[in-house]
Design a protein around this ligand. Structure first.
Ligand SMILES: Cc1cc2nc3c(=O)[nH]c(=O)nc-3n(C[C@H](O)[C@H](O)[C@H](O)COP(=O)(O)O)c2cc1C
Length: 342
């Protein structure tokens, strides 16, 4: 049963194909970017539930890069030490752990000064961002590197670079939000990709674990980045030794897909899988175990990332094993077995 088969990703081995998608919990009440008791229980519960790889939510590389002031951060060592302790717990519970490193750019909701490739607001209720100077871009890259060093110190297995959902890197990738005339723009794909490339190269200097990228494969606007451009970027990511691309959609513009149905984003994952040699993770309304397993069996993707299904049920893997009749599933905690057998 593919959903429960281990998978090797570079040096990383996952015990199954079930990934907890990064999900902001907006619960850092003290606004210091540090993990709270809530986060410790929240993430550890999914490890007890049997998830192969657990991603911590979008974690800001700088104070001004947070989506909201209640987000996690990794710009200081106090934050790192708390993450290290939770990573250790998750490892002891039998799962691997990753962190999504992020900069919100023009979608930083609480920041005083927003930074973006170009001075274009997300919509009327957001501030107009300042165009990043070349020094500003250098700082963003340095912040990603410093956070990656801390992720390494904290024992993270994976860094996922957040290049989706309309946050800073996604803003650089799209010709609609990047009107720069320097080497980070000029309407050439190579230039728009440069920020992501330079971040990956710097991150790799300090982080020896697995590096993933999350893309929004469509911005739901024909004038934005095309699927062919993603094919090219996937080739560049492969050349940069990125292990996995996690394929989401949307978030750059205030536009939504016209229909959202189970597996609605899997078509993009399948396209990426056919047209690249990267490992591909798919996400989006995949809570039906039969659908999740079917997507893997038919090779539309290599991994299934779950967001809301794991909010609803931290023991989703056990529930799925039961529903699919997979009897060899071992949770971390055999004490739960009786909850899943008559
Ligand atoms: C509460 C919540 C918070 C989210 N936060 C993030 C985030 O921090 N980073 C990210 O890339 N996606 C985020 N997402 C999107 C999820 O990772 C996922 O792509 C989306 O929910 C679709 O998957 P699902 O249908 O399994 O929930 C969030 C989604 C939810 C529901």
């Amino acid at each position: 049963m593919k959903l429960f088969e281990p998978i090797q990703l570079g040096k990383l081995k996952l015990k199954n194909r079930i990934v907890m998608a990064p999900m902001c919990m907006y619960s850092v009440v003290k606004r210091d970017g540090e993990l709270t008791p809530f986060h410790n229980v929240h993430y550890a519960s999914r490890a007890i539930g049997g998830v192969g790889l657990i991603f911590f939510e979008a974690t800001a590389v700088s104070e001004e890069g947070r989506i909201t002031d209640q987000d996690l951060g990794l710009w200081n060592n106090d934050q790192m030490l708390k993450i290290k302790s939770l990573a250790n717990t998750i490892h002891n519970l039998g799962s691997q752990v990753g962190i999504q490193l992020s900069h919100a750019g023009r979608k930083a909701e609480d920041a005083r000064n927003l930074a973006a490739p170009s001075a274009i607001a997300y919509n009327d209720s957001y501030q107009t961002p300042l165009e990043l100077s070349s020094k500003g871009i250098e700082k963003v890259i340095a912040d990603f590197k410093a956070s990656a060093q801390r992720a390494a110190d904290a024992g993270m297995d994976v860094i996922q670079i957040h290049a989706a959902h309309g946050y800073l890197i996604n803003q650089f990738l799209s010709p609609l939000t990047n009107l720069r005339e320097d080497q980070y723009g000029s309407q050439s794909l190579e230039n728009r990709f440069r920020l992501l490339k330079e971040i990956i190269l710097e991150v790799q200097k300090v982080f020896k674990g697995s590096i993933w990228v999350r893309f929004s494969a469509t911005d739901y606007d024909e004038e934005s980045t095309t699927i062919k451009e993603f094919d090219q970027m996937n080739q560049w990511l492969k050349n940069l030794s990125v292990d996995v691309v996690d394929v989401s959609t949307g978030g750059l513009l205030p536009k939504r897909p016209t229909r959202i149905y189970p597996g609605y984003q899997a078509q993009y994952a399948e396209h990426f899988k056919i047209n690249s040699s990267l490992k591909i993770s798919t996400v989006g309304k995949l809570g039906d175990p039969n659908l999740a397993n079917y997507i893997l069996e038919t090779e539309q993707a290599d991994l299934i990332a779950l967001g809301r299904p794991l909010l609803r049920n931290p023991n989703w893997p056990m529930m799925a094993a039961r529903e699919l009749g997979y009897t060899e599933f071992e949770s971390y905690n055999p004490s739960y077995g009786r909850g899943f057998n008559e």
